[in-house]
Design a protein around this ligand. Structure first.
Ligand SMILES: Cc1cc2nc3c(=O)[nH]c(=O)nc-3n(C[C@H](O)[C@H](O)[C@H](O)COP(=O)(O)OP(=O)(O)OC[C@H]3O[C@@H](n4cnc5c(N)ncnc54)[C@H](O)[C@@H]3O)c2cc1C
Length: 397
């Protein structure tokens, strides 16, 4: 194993690799420790849709964090492509958030009240929607038109962040972290299955698995896996010109490799049995999701009746009790930080998380967004399973 680093990051998903990349950019010697393979967790299964519309961001600091991370992509995508040669299949396009029922129209218009103060969007009716994309169903009654959203391949982003960190001096080692090492109230390293590694600081960015470090720290890290599935289809005809989503039917996005991503399951319309089934269940694509997602897609775009199913992906999002990420130092300890709980927005929020943790580590405070307190690990005094069930109803997909 390489010699002892300044910082150990546990977990090499998009969040861990973002943390590694932003720290390495500021000259910190980082070691990323990953139990399986880079991008083997939720990050490889995500749609890679970065939109500020939808239920995931709430007014105030959460929305501000969404905007700040979105802005990181102004340079991040180019920087990573230049540094690593990995094509992120990155696209910026207008997006439509569709309503096929009055319920959906109400959900969307309620959110517009505060969202349109910050981003360019406006309501259009069903006929205007079909002028933009004539293949969409007559059942579409209207949509919010957003001038610009982003979509990229989340697995490639994960690889590029990891490889980018490596090219800036980080090491990436495949080892499971099985414990933390401490000296009094200072964390001084980690134990792996093949020996100990020492460092100034440890960042826990292990997605839904972060919770296992709670017992060592005697501090709650409240995340549980919330299953999500999506499909990739091939259909005859031109790709969609706009990025499409809807509160109840999820997304429909023509990727830059020509495949159409549709999904995802999970969120407000699912019950506990469908969302929280345990680790084996989480990774297994299910027939029920396949049939449901195909039907939902055909409802929106009837021409998909003859589409070919190319791939079905299943993964689990790290759900926090308020759906917002948990980022910052662990109270009562020196040298340990948490970066997890990004729920349905870890690809979108990965970069700002990397920047926040690099500020916490190097500057002792985090100034890149205001109200960082709202994301600190100590905000949950009391959580039980019912907190997670309530949280799962707050997200669209
Ligand atoms: C179907 C679906 C669609 C989604 N779509 C979007 C989207 O469009 N936009 C968006 O922003 N987000 C989306 N998400 C959510 C997003 O995928 C997650 O929020 C994000 O990937 C979480 O990243 P992470 O790095 O925290 O976790 P993960 O990607 O799960 O990474 C955690 C890593 O830690 C490793 N690890 C765990 N324990 C240890 C240990 N003890 N030692 C070493 N390594 C360890 C794991 O092996 C894993 O590689 C979607 C998710 C799903 C399932």
């Amino acid at each position: 194993m390489p010699s002892n680093p300044d910082v150990i990051v546990v977990g090499a998903g998009v969040v861990g690799c973002s943390v590694g990349y932003y720290l390495a950019r500021r000259g910190v010697k980082v070691m990323l420790l990953e139990k399986e393979a880079m991008g083997s967790g939720a990050s490889a299964h995500a749609t890679g849709f970065l939109s500020l519309l939808g239920a995931e961001f709430s007014p105030g600091p959460s929305f501000e964090m969404g905007i700040a991370s979105y802005k990181e992509f102004d340079h991040l995508a180019d920087d990573l492509e230049q540094l690593t040669g990995i094509d992120l299949l990155f696209q910026r396009r207008p997006s439509l958030r569709l309503a096929l029922s009055d319920d959906e129209a109400d959900l969307i218009q309620d959110m517009m009240v505060w969202q349109q103060e910050k981003i360019n969007m406006h309501w259009i009716d069903g006929d205007e929607v079909r002028k933009i994309e004539p293949r969409l169903s007559q059942s579409v009654i209207g949509a919010v038109y957003e001038d610009e959203s982003i979509q990229l391949d989340s697995y490639r982003l994960n690889l590029a962040l990891g490889q980018g960190a490596e090219s800036l001096g980080a090491s990436l080692v495949q080892r499971e972290v099985v414990g933390l090492i401490s000296d009094g109230n200072r964390i001084t390293g980690v134990s792996t299955r093949s020996g100990d590694v020492y460092s100034d600081s440890v960042i826990i960015a292990a997605g839904t698995w972060s919770r296992v470090f709670s017992s060592f720290l005697s501090f709650p890290i409240p995340v549980i896996p919330m299953k999500g599935e999506r499909l990739q289809l091939r259909f005859d005809g031109d790709p969609l010109e706009v990025l499409i989503s809807s509160p109840k039917r999820g997304h429909m996005i023509s990727r830059m490799d020509g495949l159409l991503s549709v999904g995802s399951t999970g969120g407000r319309d699912y019950d506990e049995r469908e969302l929280f089934g345990g680790e084996e269940f989480d990774r297994k694509p299910s027939q029920s999701a396949r049939l449901e997602l195909l039907q939902r897609a055909i409802d929106v775009f009837p021409g998909l009746e003859d589409a070919e199913l190319v791939d079905q992906l299943a993964g689990s999002r790290p759900l926090s009790p308020d759906t917002k990420p948990i980022i910052g130092p662990v109270p009562g300890w020196d040298g340990v930080f948490i970066a997890t709980g990004h729920t349905t927005k870890g690809i979108h929020l990965g970069p700002i998380t990397g920047r926040m943790i690099s500020e916490w580590y190097l500057d002792g405070k985090c100034d890149c967004i205001s109200n960082v307190d709202l994301f600190l690990p100590d905000r949950f005094s009391d959580t039980d399973l019912s907190s997670f069930y309530r949280a799962s109803k707050l997200v669209d997909e």
